[in-house]
Ligand binder design. Structure first.
Ligand code: NAD
Length: 245
């Protein structure tokens, strides 16, 4: 039986890079995204994929999605959105919009696909962020949603372990995707370079390699972990670029 991976937010960025690595490794991939046009464009030149448009924050849509899928060995909850703003300007609507996709989506998708994962003794990888591990200005909604994802991952690992399901969390540092470039000004980009020991942004494929490894049998005894793939950003207290220079 061909192993199947399901990737949310698969139409571009880190999700699409992850799809391509699963294909490299011979898996069938179910690509899920709420941007239908981008999804079919992304899949146009890929073989061995199925595209299923879905909004992961919509409980009914997620239930319908799960009912139409036979097999899942790896579930990658990658769909996410960013909204940076000061606490006083973050309206409840903005807060809810971020939580709905970033946190509710991970809960709903994992719950809906738990029966599939029980059948395959599968793996879950949730995409959080370095903002899950370190607080920063302007990230009251985004950072809190991602900290929720990091903890939810541990809940999933603890509870679903008895079924042989593993759950881990990847916390990317900054990557030049559409999501990041919508909220990273040049000042923010420069500050990240200063604070990150490897002194650069990551590439989509560098995040995807960690995701695919965590889903593979090579990580068969790894569960409940948060893996920062961040050029060393989490390890730095303050950046101290002047010391490095
Ligand atoms: P991206 O904007 O390039 O891709 C995100 C994809 O998710 C898009 O295709 C979008 O249509 C889809 N999506 C958004 N909301 C959805 C929903 N409700 N239902 C289904 N699909 C939805 O962004 P990216 O940078 O590739 O981000 C992927 C993940 O990585 C996100 O969870 C993001 O928070 C996380 N992340 C990104 C960075 C970064 O710097 N790029 C850093 C840390 C974490």
């Amino acid at each position: 039986m061909t192993r199947t991976a399901l990737v949310t937010g698969a139409a571009r960025g880190i999700g699409l890079a992850t799809v391509k690595l699963f294909l490299r490794d011979g898996l069938h991939v179910i690509m899920v995204d709420n941007d239908e046009d981008a999804l079919s464009q992304a899949a146009a030149d890929l073989e061995n994929v199925t595209t299923l448009p879905c909004d992961v924050s919509d409980a009914e849509a997620v239930a319908t999605l799960a009912a139409g899928v036979d097999r899942v060995d790896a579930l990658v909850n990658n769909a996410g959105l960013a909204d940076f703003g000061p606490i006083e300007e973050t309206t409840f609507d903005r807060w809810r919009r971020v939580m709905a996709t970033n946190l509710d989506g991970v809960f709903l998708m994992t719950q809906a696909f738990t029966p599939h994962l029980k059948d395959t003794k599968g793996a879950i990888v949730n995409i959080a962020s370095i903002s899950a591990l370190r607080a920063s200005t302007l990230r009251v909604a985004y950072g809190t949603s991602k900290a929720g994802v990091a903890h939810l991952t541990q809940q999933q690992a603890v509870e679903l372990g008895e079924y042989g399901i593993r759950a881990n969390c990847v916390c990317p540092g900054p990557v030049r995707t559409k999501l990041a470039m919508a909220v990273h000004t040049q000042d923010i980009i420069d500050a990240y370079h200063d604070a990150i020991p490897l002194n650069r942004y990551g590439q989509e494929v560098e995040i995807a390699e960690a995701i695919v490894w965590l889903c593979s049998s090579k990580a068969s005894f790894v569960t409940g972990q948060r893996l920062a793939v961040d050029g060393g950003f989490e390890s730095t207290g303050i950046g101290l670029p002047s010391l490095r220079a």
